[in-house]
Ligand binder design. Structure first.
Ligand SMILES: [Zn+2]
Length: 143
């Protein structure tokens, strides 16, 4: 999560909301990919940290399935990112701050743990939640 927080800080340079994500290999230690929100920098509505990290990890593995991998992200994923997490077959999702306005992993919806889906990753929320939400609050306060 510390790595994801560092990654999130890089988003601010491009004028983006600080959200950072890291994909860990099945060994739980090797970083396959890291990304930050680039929606403003890239002019791309789908350039959320999670989507970019998942794409980079898949490209590095040469395989769309991220079975056994863990996604660590500073903010609870939105519906799009929850969909990407589900589609990539990640086995574990770790997130920091809850997103009461748009969160799709427990706050407004709980897409990745929907019992109708045949692949449901393990979810661990609230990791370093205070540091993650402080980073976001500081960003919006400065705007
Ligand atoms: Zn998202």
């Amino acid at each position: 999560m510390r790595l994801a927080l560092d990654e999130a800080a890089r988003a601010v340079r491009g004028g983006d909301v600080p959200v950072g994500a890291v994909v860990l290999a099945p060994d739980g230690a090797t970083v396959l990919a890291a990304a930050h929100n680039e929606r403003e920098a890239a002019g791309d509505p789908t350039a959320h940290a999670e989507v970019l990290a998942v794409r980079r990890a898949a490209a590095r593995l040469g395989e769309w399935r991220l079975t056994g991998c863990t996604l660590v992200v500073t903010l609870e994923p939105c519906t799009m990112c929850a969909g990407a997490i589900q589609q990539s077959r990640l086995d574990r999702l770790v997130y920091g701050a809850r997103d009461e306005k748009a969160g799709a992993v427990g706050s407004l919806w709980d897409l990745v743990r929907d019992r109708r889906l045949n692949h449901r990753p393990e979810v661990i929320g609230g990791v370093l939640a205070d540091a993650c939400s402080r980073q976001l609050t500081d960003f919006f306060r400065e705007r």
